[in-house]
Design a protein around this ligand. Sequence first.
Ligand SMILES: [Zn+2]
Ligand SMILES: [Zn+2]
Length: 291
Amino acid sequence: MVQSAFGKFFFYADYLATQQAEMTFVKDPCGIVCVLVTYMAVLYADYVVTHWIILQTMPNSLWAPFHVVAFNTIVFLLGMAHLKAVLLDPGTVPLPQIRIDFSDLHSEKNYGHEREEWTMCTRCETYRPPRAHHCRICKRCIRRMDHHCPWINNCVGERNQKYFLQFLMYVCALAVYSIFLIVVSWVYPCEDCHTDVAQAQSRMMHSVLLLLESALFGLFVIAIMVDQMHAILYDETAVEAVQQKGPYRIHRPKMALLAEVCGRGHPMLWMLPCTSLNRKHHDVPLLSHDV
Ligand SMILES: [Zn+2]
Ligand SMILES: [Zn+2]
């Protein structure tokens, strides 16, 4: 037990020394391909909406510049949220500089509130705070890990879940907007536009492809968004849901749970990918641990 207390103390000291690490990049081929597919899908949607729908079907309308600006604003916000979700450290538990003695591993297991206690990761060979789990793809323990998402090539954890949620929200908005513009272009065809058959066929082909893409990605992200909101509001990550840990926690107000993920700023700011999380707030569980 004494050994363990010293081990945690050294771990705690190491943690303070490694707080600077903010960025991450997971070298997972599948994740990198998924990220590239995401960017290609978004760029294709932007190309079809701008070139084939807005410029081809409403060239003389004031709605054209409005839709171009609105659509590209969502694309920009989506890109920013996605980049942050990809590159920000999701809450990696630092590795100790000094090797920790795990010889009293069995005596550690008999704590009364083991569900919310610090645990040990034998793969990282370190102590980890409550709610941290080991990710086999990142090969590290991640604080409040929900799941590893190939679409952001990163874990969804304590520090990047907000940006992951924003990314899902903007993909959903882009999908709905695309479908709306396609339907409008079909319901109100441009009377004054030149009617070149080849061009009309190309426009139709791109519209159908984008419609399918939007429906597919839109439904997919709605399903993940519902899952994420359930995980946040019921204070139980996807990993914990499998282990059934959530129901044992003290009940907290929904807004407090949302603020824990999105930061303590005004709820309107929760939608913007430029506001940073309250680092101090997020570090409290680690710093307050009794060593
Ligand atoms: Zn680990
Ligand atoms: Zn991971």
